[in-house]
Design a binder for this molecule. Sequence first.
Ligand code: ZN
Length: 314
Amino acid sequence: MAVIGAIDIGGTKIAVGVVDENGRVLGRRECPTDAGRGYRSALARMCSLLREAQQVTRPVDGIGVGSTGPVDPFTGVIGKLDFLPGWEGSPLVDDLAREFGVNAAMENDADAAALGESGWGAGRNKTRLVYVTVGTGIGVGIIIDGQLYRGADGAHPEIGHHVIDATGPLCSCGAHGCWESLATGPAMEQWFSANIPADYPHADGLTAKRICELAREGDAMARRAVEREAQYLGIGIANLVTLLVPDAIVLGGSVMRSSDLFLDTIRDTVRRHCGYVPFEKTTIELASLGPDANLIGAARVWHHRFAHGGAHAA
Ligand SMILES: [Zn+2]
């Protein structure tokens, strides 16, 4: 039975684990990303955590990586990314393969999580799956017939930057009103801060999580912010249903921990926007792999690339 070393690289932390063939995490470690200390420092920490983790399991048979931001899935090299300064061009996959003497593969973290849900989670037995993670950004991975959908030259489609409202706020990508600029946690926080009255009593430390709590307590402003968030999530998801009519859209990420506040409006928006496609054939469901979804997805990256039959194996 193959056990796979899994590495999930985020903007704030790196999680490392060993994952078995059923998608169970056998050993898990994590450390801060500390991107400013550079790639070599991060690589050394990843290697030492993976060595520790495999001491309590057994030596890994391969390594899978899910990383935030643009990565080249074919060369295993990290792309240009503002919050991993100096990491661009680093040959992470080759370095890991050499350190551990096994083969390794890397994908963008949304694609990795999509592979995880498709292989071991909510998307099992679904032929056409779209995974959407909503947190500080919106990441989307598309799986068709068990295989990751890639654009030209291996490009990862940036569905978080499809335009929802061309009169909306300016996005880091240069467009106005991208899905990310309207429907992420930070987008909800920014709208809330800009719209609360000067004498609003709960103005300090307003995170998306706190706004959701206030909405549950009945706060009228917080409920407006949640409703606005739900509508923008709904429009983006409705667009995905109209464009692709997948078997399932699986929702994950930190904002979806409050999914009960959003799901009714999301489903209602899909019903109202998707009149020309059989939207009722697309199930909209929550990711099922829990807080380790990205780590489990990273292991699935290895299976998708190397196991016989790709994602249908294991
Ligand atoms: Zn954008």
